[in-house]
Each structure stands twice: as structure tokens, then as C-alpha cells.
Design a protein. Structure first.
Length: 276
């Protein structure tokens, strides 16, 4: 395919950066949609009137930004997925700013409390029924993988019925981080996993009841109480150490999970790797 519009006039300076910005703008506005193949290096070089190495440099930057993917011998493909871009951004900030696990998990409490507040105001009866079904499916079992996926599905449903797309995207990723961290700390063992996630299904059902009660303040408070219990359990899973040492260990586990599951080039690992 050809570049959808006449390329912007390039000025003196970092030409590759200008090409990156031009293609980035086309990707983010949908002129180059997700899954579209970019023109070949030769075609792009001719279109922008630059050398092939300049185009290769621009493509490398777009790949590192998570906007395109490349394979040897084939043209670059647009890979513009909001969840992937958000995951890379949040993971970078957490690692660069040395954000602790408690702060990350505390943010999820705020996000999900707001989601519950909005859901209590705006969700339809059918959506609340869908949320209840998701909560009923979160029984903690020996099959840690399926149990973790059910937890993610419950909170993804809660954020979706808030009808706030940005809130939903933020909540989905940080929920994935929390569940992935809990599984990592449990070693993927049913007993230890149950210590973190078990016995809380009744509280998840209380979240549903609060949303169904159409009282935003009660719904938000119920979610905050749930997350307080979750964080306590995640921190306490590090047995035999001081509280501060346990929190440091959890933060180390969080950074390790992010490094393993969120990478350059938009290659956020397969969601099943939450359990690795």
C-alpha cells in the first residue's frame, strides 16, 4: 500500500525523526489502521525522498514505540493496539520512577473504585447480570491458570460497564499486573494461590450487590475494602521476613513480572504468560 497522504515536507534536522512523527500521526489517526502493511523501504524512501538507511532508522523507532512490528524479509506491519501502548508506557514509568508494588496496587484500588461508582450510575441491568456471572466464576481452584483468568475477566467486566474507555484500559492492565504478581508469588501452586485470592469470592459478590444497589458511594467503598484485603494477602505471602523486607520482595517480583511480560516493540507477552 502507499502512504495515505502526501508526506509532510521535511526540513533540515533529524529527518528520520520527522518521518517517525509523520507515520506515527497516520497510525494514531487511523489513516494507517491496525494490521496494515507499510510500503516497502524502497517505496517509503522514494515517497519521502530520503535514503533507505533513513527509512530503516525510522522503522526501528516505530517498532520500539510499539506502533509497528517487523519480520526479516517482510514489510513492517502496523500494530497499534491501545492496551499494548498503555502497558508499555505504564511499565516504563513504574521501572524508571522505581514505583513500589503497594503504590501500583493502590492505584488499581482507586481505578476500580471509580469504575464501580460509574457502573452503579450507568450500567444496565443486563450488564450487572454479566458482572454477577463473572463474579460467580471466580471460585479459586487448583487450576491456577483458569482461576487467574476468571479474576481478570471479573475486573475487566467491571471496568467495561463503567462506560469509560480510558478507565477500562488502565484497569485492565493493572489488574493483569496484580493477578500476575499474585500468581508469581504463589509459585503457581494452588494452595499458595488460594492464600492470596481465596476466600474473597464473597467480597467480589458484595461488589456486584453494591453496584446493583445503584449507590455509587457504597460501590466504591466496597471495592476499596476488597483491594485492601488483596494487598494485605499479597504482601503477607512473603513469609518469614520483616514487613519492609516483604514489601521490597514484592516490588522486586513486580519488576521481574513487568520485564518478563512487557517488552520493546509492542510485544506484550501472551496473556497466558501472566502465569509464568
Amino acid at each position: 500500500m502507499s502512504v495515505p497522504h502526501t508526506p509532510a515536507k521535511l526540513y533540515r534536522g533529524r529527518v528520520a525523526d520527522q518521518i517517525v512523527e509523520d507515520l506515527r500521526e497516520q497510525i494514531l489517526t487511523g489513516a494507517l489502521p491496525d494490521g496494515a502493511r507499510l510500503p516497502s523501504e524502497r517505496e517509503l524512501a522514494a515517497s519521502y525522498d530520503v535514503s533507505a538507511p533513513t527509512i530503516r532508522e525510522a522503522i526501528r523507532v516505530l517498532t520500539a514505540m510499539g506502533l509497528v512490528t517487523t519480520r526479516n524479509g517482510s514489510r513492517a506491519t502496523v500494530n497499534a493496539q491501545g492496551d499494548t501502548l498503555l502497558a508499555m508506557s505504564i511499565a516504563s514509568v513504574v521501572q524508571f520512577e522505581k514505583v513500589g508494588a503497594r503504590e501500583v496496587l493502590g492505584l488499581l484500588s482507586v481505578l476500580n473504585a471509580y469504575a464501580a461508582e460509574l457502573a452503579a450510575e450507568h450500567a444496565s441491568d443486563e450488564e450487572i447480570a454479566r458482572l454477577r456471572e463473572a463474579a460467580e466464576g471466580t471460585v479459586v481452584a487448583e487450576d491456577v491458570e483458569r482461576s487467574a483468568a476468571a479474576l481478570q475477566h471479573f475486573f475487566a467486566t467491571l471496568s467495561d460497564i463503567s462506560h469509560n474507555p480510558l478507565l477500562a484500559a488502565l484497569s485492565r492492565f493493572i489488574t493483569e499486573v496484580q493477578v500476575g504478581l499474585a500468581v508469581k508469588l504463589s509459585g503457581g501452586k494452588g494452595g499458595d494461590w488460594g492464600q492470596v485470592a481465596g476466600a474473597l469470592q464473597s467480597e467480589r459478590l458484595r461488589i456486584v450487590d453494591a453496584v446493583a444497589g445503584r449507590d455509587p458511594a457504597v460501590a466504591a467503598a466496597t471495592v476499596r475494602e476488597y483491594h485492601r484485603h488483596v494487598v494485605e494477602r499479597i504482601i503477607s505471602v512473603r513469609k518469614g521476613g520483616e514487613a519492609a523486607a516483604s514489601e521490597a520482595g514484592v516490588t522486586e517480583a513486580l519488576i521481574a513480572w513487568l520485564r518478563a511480560n512487557v517488552g520493546l516493540g509492542g510485544q506484550v507477552a501472551n496473556r497466558r504468560s501472566t502465569l509464568s
